[in-house]
Design a protein. Structure first.
Length: 711
């Protein structure tokens, strides 16, 4: 695109494949990079197009979020299976001879930029001793200028001779590499589409990819084909699985043959033609819009020229009446997700991690999602600014106009906001807007002794407010049962039954928009933890979490000579000042006791990987996300025997029920013996959801009306 002449009646359709350079701005668009002004000029042109086409729903979501382009559609890329017929394929022997491949091989093709995640692929492969003896890795594509950096890493991992860089390959050579590889691996954690996996599948290659939303669009749904791109351990496990599990390999080949028939250029062309035909109707639509604009302008002019001076409050009322009575002709039903807490105070707590992940997946699945925020003392909602996974507000943010059929989901926990919006919610429901709340737990009501009295009282008001919504979605069956019990005891007056549903949370940290960063002392800490039995506790330090009990238990274990570490990962909570002081003055601090006060998701992921067992000691929980995060890392679980932990972990955890420290010490000693014999309950195989599956469960309630109960 060079320029758009908006003064003509021409309609402009443009393609924006992705905005990866914008997402990784520091890497691709540094201030003095000559590409920077050119790139931003092209983005501005895309913003002014009549309609923007992009390759995937994942890319659409990112473009809409970062550039606020609303009029977009997806035309997926395709593949011509005839281009990958085996008629003139280079033989296995010849292709191996050309590139000096002396074993069976694992293939990757594509760039080697940081987001392509090649370094983790190398690190994962380096851990697989038997695999290394049978297979080499082939990197097909132009050798990068910074190849020496990769050679340094390969030398460090002692796999320099196991990795082959082909440099440029012809189409025929690439086809032969696809056809003859034992496994195609695509570890990239950010893509606009990703053609290589589709090409590999067209050649019959068993293919495994990063578990990111766009890859589900590209390769379809195939159990076992996805791995956590941020976990070296998971990548390694999936490489082994992809090479050795014969049932999966057979399923993959069958899936490939069926899936590539749905991803053709014919399909892409038909979709594009459909978009063009719809655009041809645009001029008539514009005439209708111009009539609405003329009407609004005449009303505004009348107000301006009136002798009567309107107050700001009266002008807001007039604006609302206009928005209600003149609905935009192109206005589709919207799902508004309230993220007020994230906008005002993004503390990156466990709940806010859930909010990030679930909101992102709902956006991917629905498309018609807007993030909004409000204030406890305001009736209005504003559209939130979402830039590079951060949320903010400005004085110029657009006020939300709700219309019948829209939905408003209070996905974050903000009791004061909920209470103040009770009347607003009633107005919205009367207007035909569906209102839903996510219920994380009722612990301040059920265990008031663990909280300041004001918070427990506020929670009662909040719970009462939620009972006047259209529905509530609890994060576990245990919470749903507690909420229903609370409803029975309090009997709020309603004119129609309240829908109560529940869903489970996801466990893939990389899809919760994880925070990054490691402290300066990271290597020193990891060295202290190496070759020890590490127990990890994850959660805010507050009375109900059981930190005091566990610390007392471990003090007795240390006194008995057990060389074990206790890792406490969590921010400072309430009513625990004495605990903070006790930990900070403890003689074992940074020896056998480690406190990580507010760490990035990247650091937390690494701490899970260096631990052997998670301790879930809470007296009460809404779900227990660390349990499934532990299972994802295949580390053992010791949990307090409470209903929600049994719901989440089932038979895959070791449970304790005693509050007596001496009895708890016995439980831990028993577990250590079981662990030494490798007969302890293992989390391997414990069922858990991805955030995509969590969002799908969530939507089954709202969209498919599959509610747990009506109260």
């Amino acid at each position: 695109i060079n320029k758009l002449n908006r003064k003509t009646k021409r309609l402009y359709l443009t393609t924006l494949h992705d905005i990866i350079p914008l997402i990784f701005e520091d890497e691709y668009l540094a201030k003095h990079n000559p590409i920077r002004p050119w790139y931003f000029e092209k983005l501005d042109l895309a913003k002014n197009a009549t309609k923007v086409i992009t390759d995937s729903y994942a890319s659409l979501s990112e473009i809409e979020t970062h550039l606020n382009i609303k009029d977009m559609t997806v035309v997926p890329l395709g593949i011509d299976a005839d281009d990958f017929s085996n008629a003139d394929i280079i033989s296995s022997e010849e292709i191996k001879q050309r590139f000096h491949i002396d074993k069976e091989f694992i293939l990757y093709t594509g760039g080697v930029n940081p987001h392509k995640n090649i370094e983790r692929l190398f690190s994962a492969y380096a851990t697989l001793r038997e695999i290394k003896s049978k297979y080499v890795i082939v990197i097909a594509g132009k050798i990068p200028d910074f190849i020496e950096n990769l050679y340094y890493l390969l030398d460090k991992l002692n796999i320099r001779n196991n990795v082959i860089f082909t440099d440029y390959v012809s189409d025929a050579e690439l086809q032969s590499l696809y056809t003859n590889c034992s496994l195609f691996v695509f570890p990239s954690y950010k893509e606009g589409f990703g053609m290589p996996p589709l090409e590999a599948m067209a050649c019959g290659a068993v293919t495994i990819v990063a578990d990111i939303p766009v890859m589900h669009e590209v390769i379809g749904e195939l159990d076992g084909a996805f791995f956590d791109p941020l976990s070296v351990k998971d990548i390694a496990a999936k490489i082994r699985f992809g090479l050795e599990d014969l049932a999966f390999r057979a399923r993959a080949v069958e899936h490939n043959a069926a899936h590539i028939k749905t991803m053709t250029w014919q399909h892409s062309a038909e979709k594009l033609l459909e978009v063009i035909n719809l655009l041809s109707q645009h001029e008539q639509l514009q005439l209708q819009r111009s009539d609405d604009v003329t009407l609004i302008e005449s009303i505004v002019d009348a107000i301006k020229n009136s002798e009567f001076k309107f107050s700001e409050k009266e002008l807001i009322v007039l604006a609302k009446l206009l928005s209600i009575n003149i609905k935009p002709s192109n206005q589709n039903v919207k799902v508004y997700i309230d993220i007020s807490t994230m906008v005002h105070n993004d503390y990156k707590t466990g709940i806010q991690r859930v909010v990030r992940a679930l909101s992102n997946e709902l956006l991917m699945l629905l498309g018609n999602v807007e993030f909004v925020y409000s204030y406890p003392n305001k009736k209005e909602f504003w559209k939130a600014n979402v830039i590079n996974d951060s949320y903010s507000c400005t004085s110029t943010d657009e006020i939300v106009d709700f219309y019948p059929g829209d939905s408003l989901i209070y996905i974050d926990l903000h009791p004061a906001l909920a209470i103040s919006h009770r009347a607003i919610n009633a107005e919205l429901r009367d207007f035909g807007v569906k209102v839903y709340y996510v219920i994380y737990d009722l612990i301040p009501i059920l265990r008031p002794e663990s909280f300041v009295p004001a918070l427990s009282q506020e929670f009662i008001g909040w719970a009462t407010t939620t009972s006047y919504a259209d529905g509530v979605l609890c994060i576990s069956k245990a919470v749903a049962d507690e909420y229903i019990s609370w409803l029975h005891n309090n009997q709020p007056e309603r004119d129609s039954p309240l829908k109560v549903g529940y869903f489970h949370l996801g466990a893939d940290i990389q899809n919760s928009l994880p925070s990054r960063g490691l402290p300066d002392n990271y290597d020193d800490v990891m060295a202290k933890l190496k070759n020890h039995l590490n127990f990890i506790m994850v959660g805010t330090l507050e009375p109900r979490k059981g930190h005091k009990q566990m610390l007392a238990c471990f003090e007795k274990l240390w006194a008995r000579g057990y060389d074990v570490n206790l890792l406490i990962v969590g921010r400072r909570g309430w009513l625990s000042e004495d605990l903070f002081n006790y930990i900070e003055g403890h003689s074992e601090l940074n020896k056998h006791l480690f406190w990580f006060d507010g760490v990035s998701d990247e650091y937390l992921d690494n701490l899970y990987q260096t631990s052997q067992c998670l301790i879930a000691a809470s007296l009460a929980e809404g779900f227990g996300l660390p349990l499934i995060e532990a299972a994802r890392h295949e580390i053992a679980i010791i949990a307090r025997d409470i209903p929600v932990f049994k719901e989440v972990a089932g038979e895959y955890a070791f449970y304790f029920s005693n509050d007596d420290t001496d009895e708890q010490v016995k439980d831990f000693e028993n577990w250590i013996k079981l662990w030494e014999d490798q007969t302890h309950p293992k989390s391997v195989g414990m069922p858990f959801l991805t955030w995509r599956q969590s969002a799908q469960q969530f939507l089954k309630c709202i969209n498919d009306n599959e509610w747990y109960a009506y109260q």
